[in-house]
Design a protein around this ligand. Structure first.
Ligand code: BGC
Length: 736
């Protein structure tokens, strides 16, 4: 431990410059002469990926592989998230890691995002809530989080080059808000800038992102590092708010020294960044602990999280749960060679890999057929699978994406499973009606190619090293499924609002769908979806009733009852619908949730506290989130499409969101605003513009100057025109 400010004062300019870039791929520079050691950073996010080498090409030391973030999001369990992140923290301490490069908080404009599996949800509230729990759990063990990739990194295609064009409201409501919530609630030690540009400058040298939003608006005081090799112009990056370039070794220190010599970069900016690096190092050293992780307890947390994230999409005829007296056919190579994580920087080495085949085998009599090799199914493989299916009481068929279909570095080509897998599912379904299809994929998939013939569908994501055991627990009802979709499953890719615009042109991707992504789009448009956001069945059933709202405490409460015959958990989801708003809003937005465990027959009152953004939306001309007075419907449900109890409430706000029409706006603008309508309506009436007047519609569209010019042509005098203008001007001035 040392005093960062006093240490800074002892450093030479060269030493300070050196601090602003990594020592190698995974370490920060220490200062040997002052006994400050290098500290270690590693990926993340779903476990510790400690590289065995100091360069980027090393393999990873074994550690517990937790479910990927999309799965964590689908657990909707912030307590378990906190526990898992604390376990990751312990493993970091044991492996000498001070900062974990995660969690990733980017959004999901489309199911095709190659890294969607590494992000929590399409919804910024759910993402922010899971992120806060993650950061909190990790940092409670003295290990820093690094929330990434700030911001606008919603695709892999040309991620180093593409410029994301995002309007201010969309940027704030969907893509900044998860970071903002995590910063407000859990204060991550570090933030990582993204590769892409946002509205012009690259994220790692964007004054708008790094200065205006991160520092000024969100008041963030921690360290900002670049993504790996994301710095284009080193001087510009540091000038605009970046503290640390990663990875090292540094090749551009001389550029900084030149910029200091020429005055382009001031000593005070150098000091500011160097101090943040020193503060981080000090914080890391200060929090070093000697920890012996409880590996088997951590593995069990990974199993529980995987089991809680499995989403039972459908269960027609109660095919599930299975019983150990059934003779089962297990089909799918994934049962033996688990598809449990994604490709890229998050790819880990599992410490204890649990396989579905073994886990199912310990519970029932089974026959196994691999069914496929990666994406292809040979005739022999298909025949073998169908023959086993014929003989079995029920079939468990594991399918999903492969690394070739879904990984960091590229986006998915479509939302479908491999054609051979689809064919296999249909063939097996024809042989046995008791079919359970288990999908291992990091993101939404289309199911319409086999939906009609498959009675039970379980989406198990990329479930980490405990996936096999977790699957068996859910299949046999030892764990009652309680995972809920953290993203919508559209019927088909073409329904996604970015279908025409993703992944953009060579240089640019326009977020032209704005705030209408995921269920915000499908629900507003009333489009059918295959499985809605928040959906997930249980082996029990739950009712919601008696919604109440305590306006002083901003607390919503509701009664939840388990009316099934097994213990289980329900996720109560609170969506808020704004009756009227100045600017268009989605039909409803998730603003709170609670996961509740209930014994069979038990009932409980559940409280959901609203945060300051619950009724608000981002108003660009005010530069902040604002609430408008009005009526809001509190909609409590078990998915965005299954609302079970509602309550209308009135919200009073002092904020005026409406911009007053001005003297160059149109007649219609004036008539549509109650404040100016009282001035305009009598004038309009006096001029004789009744609806039946042939010029009525045209006059509505006139800007005020055109209206004034037109008055003499209506049979009035020039003086009438002048007095009308005076009337409008005086009225307008009174309002201002
Ligand atoms: C990824 C980051 C990761 C970094 C270090 C980059 O390619 O975008 O998420 O933390 O590599 O591996």
């Amino acid at each position: 431990m040392f005093d960062p400010k006093a240490t800074l004062a002892q450093l030479t300019r060269e030493e300070k410059v050196q601090l602003l870039c990594g020592l190698d791929a995974w370490h920060l520079h220490g200062i040997e002469r002052l006994d400050i050691p290098p500290i270690t950073l590693t990926d993340g996010p779903h476990g510790v990926r400690l590289s065995t080498s100091s360069t980027l090409d090393g393999s990873a030391s074994p550690a517990t592989v937790f479910p990927v973030e999309a799965a964590m999001g689908a657990s909707w369990n912030t307590d378990l998230m906190r526990q898992a992140a604390a376990a990751i923290g312990d493993e970091c301490q044991a492996l000498g890691v001070s900062v974990l490069l995660g969690p990733g908080l980017n959004g999901k404009r489309t199911p095709l995002g190659g890294r969607n599996f590494e992000y929590f949800s399409e919804d910024p509230f759910l993402t922010g809530a899971m992120a806060s729990a993650f950061v909190d759990g990790l940092q409670s063990r003295g290990v820093g989080a690094c929330v990434k990739h700030f911001a606008g990194n919603e695709q892999e295609t040309r991620r180093f080059l593409v410029n994301a064009e995002i309007d201010e409201r969309t940027l704030q409501e969907l893509y900044v808000e998860p970071f903002a919530k995590a910063i407000r609630e859990a204060n991550p030690w570090t933030v990582m800038g993204a590769y892409n540009g946002v509205n012009g400058p690259h994220a790692c040298q964007s004054p708008d992102l790094l200065q205006r939003i991160l520092r000024d608006q969100l008041g963030y005081e921690g360290l900002v590092m670049s993504d790996w090799v994301a710095v284009k112009d080193k001087v510009a990056s540091h000038l605009n708010g970046l503290d640390l370039e990663m990875p090292g070794p540094a090749e551009r220190d001389q550029q900084l020294l030149n910029a200091l010599n020429s005055g382009e970069l001031s000593e005070s900016i150098l000091d500011e960044h160097a101090l943040r690096v020193l503060e981080l190092i000090n914080r890391c050293l200060d929090n070093r602990r000697d920890v012996q992780p409880d590996w088997s307890a951590n593995h069990e947390i990974a199993v529980q999280l995987a089991a809680e994230s499995a989403v039972l999409l459908k269960n027609d005829g109660d095919v599930l749960p299975l019983s150990s007296s059934q003779r089962l056919a297990v089909i799918g190579d994934f049962a033996k060679n688990p598809r449990f994580q994604g490709g890229g920087s998050s790819h880990m080495t599992a410490r204890t890999l649990s396989k579905a085949l073994k886990a199912i085998d310990t519970r029932a009599e089974i026959d196994f057929a691999p069914g496929y090799t990666e994406m292809t199914v040979s005739a022999a493989q298909k025949n073998e699978a169908v023959a086993l299916a014929h003989e079995a009481d029920a079939v468990v068929l594991l399918t999903g994406t492969t690394d070739a279909m879904e990984s960091e570095g590229f986006d998915r080509a479509d939302m479908k499973l491999a054609p051979d897998h689809i064919d296999l599912i249909n063939a097996v379904a024809a042989a046995n009606k008791n079919l359970v299809v288990v999908i291992h994929a990091g993101s939404a998939v289309e199911t319409r190619q086999f939906e009609a013939v498959v009675p039970a569908l379980l989406h198990t994501w990329l479930p980490g090293e405990g996936g096999g055991e977790a699957l068996a627990r859910v299949l046999f009802g030892e764990t009652n499924p309680s995972g809920k979709l953290s993203e919508s499953f559209p019927v088909q890719l073409e329904h996604n609002p970015t279908y025409e615009t993703f992944p953009g042109t060579k240089e640019t991707v326009a977020y032209s769908e704005g705030i209408f992504t995921g269920y915000r789009y499908y629900d507003t448009k009333e489009l059918p979806v295959q499985y809605p956001f928040g959906h997930g069945l249980s082996y029990s059933r739950f009712t919601l009733s008696d919604v109440a709202f305590d306006a002083d405490q901003r607390r919503v409460s509701v009664s939840v009852k388990n009316i099934g015959d097994r213990a289980g958990a329900e996720v109560v989801q609170l969506y808020i619908h704004d009756e009227t708003s100045t600017y268009r809003r989605p039909f409803h937005e998730l603003k709170g949730f609670a996961k509740v465990y209930l014994e069979a027959g038990a009932e409980q009152r559940v409280d959901i506290d609203l945060d300051e953004h619950a009724f608000a939306y981002f108003v660009p001309h005010l530069g902040r989130f604002a609430e408008e007075s009005g009526r809001f419907e509190l909609r409590l449900g078990v998915s965005s499409r299954d609302i079970r109890a509602t309550l209308w409430v009135d919200v009073e706000s002092d904020t005026e969101v409406r911009l007053l029409p001005n003297l160059s706006d149109t007649v219609a603008d004036w008539l549509n605003d109650s404040r100016t309508a009282v001035i305009m309506q009598p004038i309009f009436d006096r001029l004789g513009f009744k609806t039946e007047h042939p010029m009525y519609g045209i006059a509505l569209g006139f800007p005020i100057p055109q209206l004034i010019d037109f008055i003499p042509q209506m049979g009035f005098t020039k003086a009438d025109a002048e007095s009308t203008l005076r009337e409008l001007t005086d009225g307008w001035q009174r309002l201002n």
